[in-house]
Design a protein around this ligand. Sequence first.
Ligand code: DC
Length: 216
Amino acid sequence: MIVTIDGPAGAGKSTAARRLAERLGFLFLDTGAMYRAVTWHCQQRGIPLTDPNAVEQAARSMRLELVGHRVLVDGHDVSAEIRSREVTQESRYVAANNAVRAFLVELQRQFAEGRDVVTEGRDQGTVAFPHAECKFFLVADPRERALRRQRELAGKGQQIALEELLEQQTQRDERDSQREFGTMRAAADARVVDTSRLTLDEVVDHLEQVVRDGRA
Ligand code: DC
């Protein structure tokens, strides 16, 4: 069974998706980590992110593994490094690269083949798994999302003004919802869940209930 969870950054997707997968005993696929890993790899190798062909070649030649909570590139654990600000900011070039998108969607389908998976991203319910049995699209108020991001960064020792985070978030949302392929949008058959006024546990409880009801 495939459960897709899409939506903008800060809507609480990642943690909710991970916990849902644990509760259901499903594998978890963090597709954002794949875009991040390609970005990191290009940055390390000095491959210009603005050169679509070079980035595609790099993506095809690197060995990308998602093992539990860890992300490995050519056997090297990059789980922490791919969360850096540089990677977050520059991942947009990789996300806008149609050839790389097509390749990563192929890897995502291979990963899910014959398995029970909770997969999280922007285009999982629309492009990667249009026939998924259960689809969610998580949303939240922009301010609430920025506040969550601010708290997350503070936890890593980075103090960033809310206004700055709000501005970056708006730009990312625009790019994510306007690109040609893999546009961030809810699939017609997705359940839209507003997490603004829900705790993480409440979100996970709700998602789990919907999946279990659907399977019953
Ligand atoms: O969810 P995230 O912040 O880890 O995503 C990292 C980048 O990858 C961000 O630029 C959005 C992009 N992305 C995408 O285009 N498609 C996905 N399925 C997942 C992430």
